[in-house]
Each structure stands twice: as structure tokens, then as C-alpha cells.
Design a protein around this ligand. Structure first.
Ligand SMILES: Nc1ncnc2c1ncn2[C@@H]1O[C@H](COP(=O)(O)OP(=O)(O)OP(=O)(O)O)[C@@H](O)[C@H]1O
Ligand SMILES: [Mg+2]
Length: 260
């Protein structure tokens, strides 16, 4: 079971969109996927058409009252499950901060409960600030997938998150890796987008996923219908791009499609 954090401290770069749609695309291949919302904004549930029930929140896992398995809810997509969140999740930050090794609290939970979770991959949707919750996402993960928007300062933002990854990796027994960088909201018509891609590739080489996620108005529409792009607009360019990303991602992590 692979645990991958989808993280970037910058807001609005496509973390939640990537978590939902990459997960839906992997699930389509028959592999079993769990997504966990670590953001008190709680957007991941609506992106997947799940009613965020407070009693089922990741909050209760973080405060030690429930197990991960207790909180798993199905989604309308076959093979795709979710543990949702809501604004109350922000309330556990203070409690966790008081613990020993606060950044590795979720990691300890995942490690202790690994045997009860029969998923091929868990994707953690991290919030956009460098706080306790994002720290716990990174601390619990095997690797980090960084969605990056093609804009000025993209490289500066990237070096910040790489610094944070190196810091988390410093902890005993944690071998956090950079899984890769995926360009989101890509518009091939702009020189800036092409320039940013070239710069990032120059620095990061094949860490950059070959698949780019294009800018498409459909991504904005899909969550209001409670559907990932793969069911909202199954043959559109957005769905195609996330399926292509899923292929690359599964190859990198040796996740095999399951016979259904
Ligand atoms: N490829 C895309 N094309 C067009 N719009 C997109 C695309 N990807 C995401 N969006 C839109 O951009 C906005 C931000 O996306 P999203 O919520 O996924 O970002 P985020 O990084 O999770 O944000 P936050 O930091 O607040 O958690 C949303 O309105 C979403 O619909
Ligand atoms: Mg988000």
C-alpha cells in the first residue's frame, strides 16, 4: 500500500482537483483507492459527491477516538473510498501540537492500522499552509506529489516544498520522497507556461510528469455536480489527461490494475 501526499503550500494550484481526479482515474483501472481529506475546508468530499458527515471525519482519527477503517465512506465511484473532513479538523491542531513528534502523529496511526486497510494506494489531500495538518500529511506519506501551476515564482514555491520534504525526511525512519511534479491548469498558448515548464524540467528532470493537466472550464463545473471529471465529462480532454497521469503514476509506484 502506497501513501502519497498531494501537497503544495500555495493555495489554489489544483491539489484537491488532482487528488479527486487522479484517484478516480486509478480506481477506474480496478485498483482500490482511499482518499483522505486533511484540509478543514473539506472540499474533497464535494468533489467526489459525498456528503461530509461530521461523525465520519478524519478529525476523530486524529484525536484517537476512531480508527481509519471506522471512518471510511464509499463514494459513487467503484473502488474509490474517502475519509472526509470539515472545519472541526482545524480544532485538533492545538492538541496535536502538544504531542511528542507532532508531525508524525498520522504516520503512527497509519503504520499501526496498515493491516486493516486493503487499499493499493492512499492519497492525502493536504491544506495549503505549512502547518500541523500539512506536516502530518507529509509525515505520513511515502512520497509527495506536487501540483504546480505554470506561473511566475513557480520555481520559488517548488524549492520551498522541497526544503520541507527534506526537513520531514530528517526524522528517524521516515524516507519521504518527492514522487513528482504535475503541471496543472496548463495553457500551451502562453509563452510563460512553456518557459516555466522548461525551467522546472531543467532543475527537476524526470521528476516532472510527462502528462500536463490542461486548463479547462469543466474542472470548475464538475464539483458542483458532485462528480470527478472522469464521470462528469468522461471523454473530454480533462478526463483523458488525468487517466494518462494515472497511468504514469501507477507505473512509477508499481500499482497494478485489478481484474474486475
Ligand atoms: N485544470 C484546471 N483547469 C481549470 N480550472 C481548474 C483546474 N484545476 C483546478 N481548477 C480550479 O481551480 C480552483 C482551485 O483548485 P483546487 O481547489 O483543486 O486547488 P487547491 O490547491 O486544492 O486549493 P487549496 O489550496 O485552497 O486547497 C478550483 O476552482 C478548481 O475548480
Ligand atoms: Mg484543496
Amino acid at each position: 500500500m502506497k501513501v502519497i501526499a498531494v501537497a503544495n503550500q500555495k493555495g489554489g494550484v489544483g491539489k484537491t482537483t488532482t487528488t479527486a481526479n487522479l484517484a478516480a482515474s486509478i480506481a477506474e483501472t480496478g485498483a482500490h483507492v482511499l482518499v483522505i481529506d486533511l484540509d478543514p475546508q473539506g472540499n474533497l468530499s464535494s468533489a467526489l459527491g459525498v456528503e461530509p458527515i461530521h461523525e465520519k471525519s478524519i478529525y476523530y482519527v486524529m484525536i484517537g477516538e476512531k480508527t481509519l477503517l471506522d471512518q471510511v465512506q464509499p463514494t459513487p465511484c467503484t473502488n474509490l473510498s474517502i475519509i472526509s473532513s470539515n472545519i472541526h479538523l482545524a480544532g485538533c491542531e492545538v492538541e496535536i501540537a502538544k504531542m511528542e513528534d507532532p508531525m508524525y502523529h498520522l504516520r503512527k496511526i497509519v503504520d499501526a492500522q496498515r493491516d486493516s486497510l486493503h487499499f493499493d494506494v492512499i492519497l492525502l489531500d493536504c491544506p495549503p499552509s505549512l502547518g500541523i495538518l500539512m506536516g502530518n500529511g507529509l509525515g505520513a506519506a511515502d512520497a509527495v506529489l506536487v501540483p504546480l501551476q505554470c506561473e511566475y515564482f513557480a520555481l520559488e514555491g517548488l524549492s520551498k516544498i522541497i526544503e520541507v520534504i527534506q526537513h520531514v525526511r530528517g526524522h528517524e525512519g521516515v524516507a519521504l520522497l518527492l514522487d513528482g511534479i504535475v503541471f496543472t491548469m496548463y495553457d500551451a498558448r502562453t509563452n510563460l507556461a512553456r518557459q516555466v515548464v522548461e525551467d522546472v524540467r531543467g532543475h527537476m528532470g524526470d521528476k516532472v510528469y510527462k502528462t500536463f493537466i490542461p486548463r479547462s472550464i469543466r474542472f470548475g463545473e464538475a464539483p458542483s455536480h458532485g462528480k470527478p471529471i472522469t464521470t462528469y465529462d468522461p471523454s473530454g480532454i480533462g478526463a483523458q489527461s488525468y487517466r494518462q497521469l494515472a497511468k504514469e503514476f501507477m507505473k512509477r509506484h508499481e500499482i497494478r490494475p485489478r481484474v474486475q
